[in-house]
Ligand binder design. Structure first.
Ligand SMILES: O=C(O)CCC(=O)C(=O)O
Ligand SMILES: [Fe+2]
Length: 287
């Protein structure tokens, strides 16, 4: 992937140790937007090419506590509170019920993954105590020139696991590792797509891998997809689980702070940069 990028941000500092001095900055939350301006109309972009979409985000717990910036020496925290539209009136309740049920599924999946790694079912539970999970409702409007844009550019999901619902339009593609070919993920009615995220890749010391994926556009039809990103607490240092490290299988990644990674991704999602945004490859142990 992106071997030649210099990551100038040091996310390897352990922020839990410094959290006593953290200043909490209250802010509003909608679409990870501290200014409180509803970002439903914002065109997000992945990998510095504008994505052809609008999004609506809400957290599973009603609010999120995350670092105010990706500066490793800035201990300020930001509390982002869900913002709900008045209409349709059922929207808030339906959305909250949706995330409540989806989260139960994500918890179960993480337990099963944990068992599959030869660990106890609850081994990963503690990481999610002050979780930063959220639902994103993606709306991709029809695109008159679909070959010139992407709904979401290629990326891997940053969190632990993603539970993704999509409508019947189709557009999600996953990159096949063997030949780099983009393969369409056909919508299956009433079925979720489960995506392994970067954090699970690292916890499992690459026993699991987070696949690269993207969403292409349709010239005529709107498309909706709804990922639930199951994410740990902001202060968690992400690193391979010690039970999975041995002389035969040394740790493949350096530890990094989840909250700072998250803040960095959010910042670079909103800027036009000359480099691509931060990737877990930056934390790969050389050699
Ligand atoms: O629209 C989709 O199917 C995928 C969306 C996605 O990958 C994301 O929001 O991270
Ligand atoms: Fe994704």
């Amino acid at each position: 992937m992106i071997e030649d990028i210099n990551c100038s941000i040091d996310l390897t500092r352990d922020h839990k140790k410094k959290s006593n001095s953290a200043k909490s900055a209250a802010g509003q939350f909608m679409g990870l937007d501290k200014a409180g301006s509803n970002d439903q109309n914002e065109r997000k972009h992945t990998k510095n090419v504008r994505d052809w979409k609008e999004v609506f985000d809400y957290s599973s717990t009603g609010s999120l506590e995350i670092p105010a910036s990706d500066d490793p020496f800035d201990d300020a925290l930001l509390k982002k509170i869900n913002q709900w539209p008045e209409n349709p009136p059922e929207f808030k309740e339906a959305s909250e019920e949706y995330v409540c049920q989806t989260e139960k599924l994500a918890v179960k999946l993480v337990e099963l993954i944990s068992l599959s790694l030869g660990l106890g079912a609850d081994r990963l539970k503690g990481f999610f105590e002050k979780e930063t999970s959220f639902v994103r409702i993606n709306h991709y409007p029809p695109c008159p020139e679909p070959h010139l844009a992407l709904g979401v550019g290629r990326h891997t999901d940053a969190g632990a696991v993603t539970v993704l619902a999509q409508d019947d339009v189709g557009g999600l593609e996953v990159k096949r590792k063997t030949d780099g070919e983009w393969i369409a993920v056909q919508p299956i009615p009433n079925a979720y797509i489960i995506n392994i995220g970067n954090i699970m890749q690292i916890w499992s010391n690459a026993e699991y891998e987070s696949p690269e994926h993207r969403a292409i556009l349709n010239p005529e039809k709107d498309r909706i997809s709804i990922p639930f990103f199951f994410n740990p607490a902001h202060y968690i240092m992400v690193e391979p689980l010690e039970e999975l490290i041995s002389d035969e299988r040394p740790s493949k990644y350096k530890a990094y702070n989840w909250g700072k990674f998250f803040a960095s991704r959010n910042r670079t999602n909103l800027q036009k940069l000359n480099v691509e945004n931060i990737q877990i490859d930056h934390f790969k142990v050389a050699g």
